[in-house]
Write a protein that binds this ligand. Sequence first.
Ligand SMILES: [Zn+2]
Length: 103
Amino acid sequence: MKKEKMKCVKCGGWAGETTLVIDGFRMRAWKCKKCGEEYLHPEDAEKALILNKYKRGMKVKVGTLGESTIVRIPKELAHALGLEKGKEVEIKSKDAKHIEVVI
Ligand SMILES: [Zn+2]
């Protein structure tokens, strides 16, 4: 990624590129070198909002596809997680009520 400078809205100082990790999600950001104000990359901020939204859970219907049982992942969540056709993930049974998908 090209190094870009950005002016801080709060103090007018220069903000440099940085990476913030929130809940294991690496987000592109800028941090003001003068006052420390942080600015998230708008695309990553949007993804973080979507991930946060699905923390509360969402009901989806179980379906079948050929011999497989399928659970649909909403498009916006798949996009935020970087899930796309052909990507390999790992499924784990946690207990009688939970499964985990590790990306
Ligand atoms: Zn500043």
